[in-house]
Write a protein that binds this ligand. Structure first.
Ligand SMILES: Nc1ncnc2c1ncn2[C@@H]1O[C@H](COP(=O)(O)OP(=O)(O)OP(=O)(O)O)[C@@H](O)[C@H]1O
Ligand SMILES: [Mg+2]
Length: 238
């Protein structure tokens, strides 16, 4: 892991400098300035179409910006060649609203598969997967298939999978969108726990009521612009 959270860090984890992203003539993002520190938990809230996913896509280099600059760990994304993007993405875990687990594989195998893909050996996989499943509270479901799990459990397996390559940054784009209140709160608790263990977390969501309760930094975007910044307030209680 190239970033050590226990020491003072040279760069912000993420910097957006006056970023504009166009789709045709429409501005999906319009002059975004944003600094995210290593170890931060930040929620990005906004209505459908506000630009939340676009912001995430610029961070992983899935889209190119039109004006401004995005720096990830001090690296200017415009200088990263597309063949090098997979290396950068290995530092990032991604979780989406629609959970795409491998349907014919168990919870254990879904996480193991992600580790295989990132080149880990079997002995390491056999050692690490139970630890990751334990972290998300699902070790007892390790032999269950996705159709034998609830929506919230499936999302927790998806989060476990996103942690398999030990990312320094976790992007969660509306991970609670398809979940009921109880499961959504559990997924949010899990993201907070992962953040406490040192991973920077960026959560995009419509659920402003939920994230307002956790007293972490919240930014609101409307029509591609940041319209509200709320700083961390201290202890949370869901
Ligand atoms: N590939 C695309 N081509 C054209 N327009 C796009 C594309 N992707 C997004 N947009 C537009 O950019 C704007 C921002 O979209 P974005 O997906 O970032 O919103 P969002 O905040 O994630 O919304 P939601 O909450 O519905 O996921 C919207 O107006 C959307 O229609
Ligand atoms: Mg979106």
């Amino acid at each position: 892991m190239s970033v050590n959270f226990t020491q003072k860090h040279k760069h912000e984890m993420i910097t957006f400098e006056n970023v504009t992203k166009l789709y045709g003539k429409a501005k999906a993002l319009n002059g975004i300035n944003l600094d995210i520190q290593p170890g931060e938990f930040i929620s990005i809230v906004g209505m459908s179409g506000a630009g939340k996913s676009t912001l995430m896509k610029l961070i992983i280099g899935e889209e190119q910006l039109d004006h401004g600059k995005v720096l990830i760990d001090g690296i200017d994304m415009s200088t990263v060649k597309s063949k090098d993007l997979p290396y950068l993405r290995r530092k990032i875990g991604i979780v989406f609203q629609d959970i795409k687990l491998l349907p014919k594989r168990t919870a254990f195998e879904n996480v193991a598969f992600a580790m295989e893909v990132s080149g880990h050996r079997k002995d390491k996989i056999d050692k690490d997967v139970p630890k990751i499943l334990e972290l998300v509270g699902l070790l007892h479901k390790k032999n269950n298939f996705p159709h034998e799990m609830s929506g919230g459990e499936k999302q927790r397996v998806a989060i476990a999978r996103s942690l398999a390559h030990r990312p320094v940054l976790l992007l969660a784009d509306e991970p609670t969108g398809n979940l009921d209140e109880v499961n959504a709160a559990e997924v949010l608790e899990l993201l907070l726990k992962i953040n406490e263990l040192g991973t920077t977390v960026i959560l995009a969501t419509h659920a402003s009521d939920l994230v307002n309760k956790i007293n972490k930094r919240v930014i609101t975007i409307e029509a591609g612009q940041i319209t509200l910044e709320q700083a961390t307030k201290g202890k949370y209680k869901l």
